[in-house]
Design a protein around this ligand. Sequence first.
Ligand SMILES: *Cc1c(COP(=O)(O)O)cnc(C)c1O
Length: 463
Amino acid sequence: MSRSAHPAGPRYADVLPEGHYTAPPTDLNALDPRVWSRTVTRNAEGVATVGGLDVKRLAEEFGTPAYFLDEDDFRARCRAWRDAFGDDADVFYAGKAFLSRAVVRWLHEEGLNLDVCSAGELATALDAGMPAERIALHGNNKSTEEITRAVEAGVGRIVLDSFQEIVRVAHIAERLGKRQRVQIRVTVGVEAHTHEFIATAHEDQKFGLALAGGQAAEAVRRALKLDGLEVIGIHSHIGSQIFDTSGFEVAAHRVVGLLKEIRDEHGIELPEIDLGGGLGIAYTPEDDPREPHEIARALGDIVTRECAAAGLAVPRLSVEPGRAIVGPTAFTLYEVGTIKELPGLRTYVSVDGGMSDNIRTALYDAEYSVALVSRTSTAAPMLSRVVGKHCESGDIVVRDAFLPADVAPGDLLAVPATGAYCRSMASNYNHALRPPVVAVKDGAARVIVRRETEEDLLRLDVG
Ligand SMILES: *Cc1c(COP(=O)(O)O)cnc(C)c1O
């Protein structure tokens, strides 16, 4: 193990890819509120706390790795979205970001609706008491069983994603003596990711029915003819981790264009549009996400303006944030195991988790920040790469980070903004036991998803 400090300096620019840190942050002990959940701070001893509980005690009680979810922050974000969109719109939390029974109850209490995209997510939502009419079912290849369960339960909407599905859902609804409320998912020719959107090569993907070429209009035509379906609106979801509203502007323009076409052809004005989710969060202090009220105002203005221009009544709007609600509310706590210095390059700091609890770095080249949280340090900044314990060289948690040069085995590191798409994408690779999710609130911590055990693993292995 090396304790030697790398002096901070321009030579790091050589090894850092463009857009990554080129200089160490001025204060490695600071827990920047832009990336940490609301109640995270350091106590008088320098130990980080969440909801008033210090991470050393939390690690002792719950073990590492573990996700700690700040319940007050989660609820505050739900309320911010609800309040921003008001009574004329609906906020559907995208359950795929992270779903558990506790989360469903919080959503219900805070007045949000819920998107599910599988039978498992639907079962979780119904089991925890989410009223079926506040659930929407998504997916590009919903099974007959999934559709049947959703229709039987009476979900508020199914978002239709293909010509086959239009017939399938209608057939199942008719057989059950029901008329299912549906939206039709369209691809508007805009794909937004991070700071830019791409207005070409967008239809080449598996979701939705393309507006261009008339597939979406044809889907509406077919769906309107079927007794089992009540077509309530058009749905568009343009991407993920989006920081500006220009992509939504193009999407709203094109969706309203379709509503106008439908009015002209069929003489009906569909009452709803859904502009999807995908709003970005801060994984590092460089990210600058929009606040819910800014997004609500921008989307409301766009839709109102486009409808006025098309001579349509303004439809009821819905949005589907997942990441933007749960992402910032949790951090992953790890213990440092081994440290390897590669002279002139960087220092590899291995933690007791990795790609099994956070696949996003390997999968999307996602960027994260990290901090030493079990103590403060006055050591010099050391260019580090935080890696996991799995048998893959791509098993990276944080690609480029500065940690204090005296970081040592037994220290606790925390990676903020891991509430979305980490536990929900967790795997048992190398027969890792998936970590628990611990909700923290007002000085109390409770497990909402328990840690897996070897017994859990072996129970599936029936020999
Ligand atoms: C994934 C998804 C969302 C949520 O995306 P976030 O980036 O988590 O906000 C919303 N709607 C649909 C249809 C999705 O597939």
